[in-house]
Design a protein. Structure first.
Length: 312
């Protein structure tokens, strides 16, 4: 049976796949549902503090602040879901982990999370900022690239991004996360279509969504090619610093574009969304029914009581 697409109602509710769970964020309430080791579903809800702040509503500014907020919340929920699902109990602690437990006790997870966050940011900067810039500068020493340098630099970043997704998608644990990602998208699509949130209904809908974070990152990479074309190449480190300073501009523009793509359905928005939707073939997998159940449980609490309050 062919998958159905969402229609009728464009919602601002968005989510994130977790370890054995899904987090959903509505206009006023957020929730995360996690499949526990005993098979039950644990659902936690909280109010969205500062959701109506002016800087989260102002065009172009809102992209940066909403991204930072989403990353912080998403990482916190990811770590919490790993604890709830029992992932940290599956393997015997290493000597280093035992030392951390003895040294920091209950604060061990915060130490590990902080270290992982710093290492992740450093790796991202190396792969998507330093490596592409110096690869092009090195190549330009042998083959004069002229005005193609920025374009090729951007293509290298996109290739690295796609290759990274293709590699991690083969990992069993990540594959399960991507199945929950598919369940998240299907649940939102079913809700947007105005159908009752049941496993049978959700199963019929597409696992691809134009407002996905995967699509957003791809748009960021494309917009960066245009914005960074104005940055000089005479110094590698100077170019990197200027690019970092211009990153909020890139994010702000990309956020407005993905908002338009998620709000309207026409030839232009379909063209904009197409590459990101294709890329979601790597970051989403068809979920099992028990994963759809989790996504539904995370969705129900965040649906506003007033109809239309979550309009995108």
């Amino acid at each position: 049976m062919s998958e159905k697409k969402a229609c009728c109602h464009k919602t601002s509710i968005g989510g994130q796949a977790l370890i054995e769970g899904v987090m959903m964020r509505g206009p006023a309430i957020s929730a995360m549902a996690t499949r526990m080791p005993d098979g039950s579903i644990d659902t936690e809800t909280w109010e969205n503090k500062g959701a109506k702040a002016w800087y989260k509503k102002a065009p172009f500014l809102r992209g940066v602040f909403n991204l930072i907020d989403s990353l912080a919340l998403g990482y916190k929920c990811l770590m919490k879901s790993a604890e709830k699902s029992g992932m940290d109990l599956e393997e015997e602690p290493t000597k280093f982990e035992k030392w951390l437990i003895a040294k920091f006790g209950d604060g061990m997870m915060k130490v590990i999370s902080g270290f992982a966050l710093v290492m992740g940011a450093a790796l991202a900067m190396l792969l998507f900022v330093v490596l592409p810039t110096y690869s092009i500068k090195f190549l330009d020493m042998f083959i004069p690239l002229g005005g193609l340098k920025t374009l090729l630099e951007g293509l290298i970043k996109i290739i690295i991004f796609v290759a990274y997704l293709a590699l991690v998608a083969k990992m069993p644990d990540i594959r399960r996360v991507f199945e929950y990602h598919g369940a998240e998208h299907k649940t939102i699509a079913c809700y947007e279509a105005g159908k009752e949130l049941t496993v049978e209904n959700v199963r019929e809908y597409t696992r691809f969504h134009p407002r996905c974070g995967t699509s957003f990152i791809l748009i960021v990479l494309v917009i960066s090619i245009i914005v960074f074309s104005a940055v000089p190449w005479y110094s590698g480190w100077m170019r990197i610093i200027i690019k970092l300073l211009l990153l909020p501009v890139v994010v702000g523009i990309a956020y407005e574009i993905i908002k338009l793509a998620g709000r309207y359905d026409n030839v232009i928005t379909r063209f904009i969304s197409a590459p990101g939707l294709w890329l979601q073939r790597l970051t989403t997998n068809e979920p099992h029914d028990d994963q759809i159940e989790v996504a539904i449980e995370s969705m129900k609490p965040v649906i506003p009581e007033t109809q239309g309050e979550d309009k995108w």
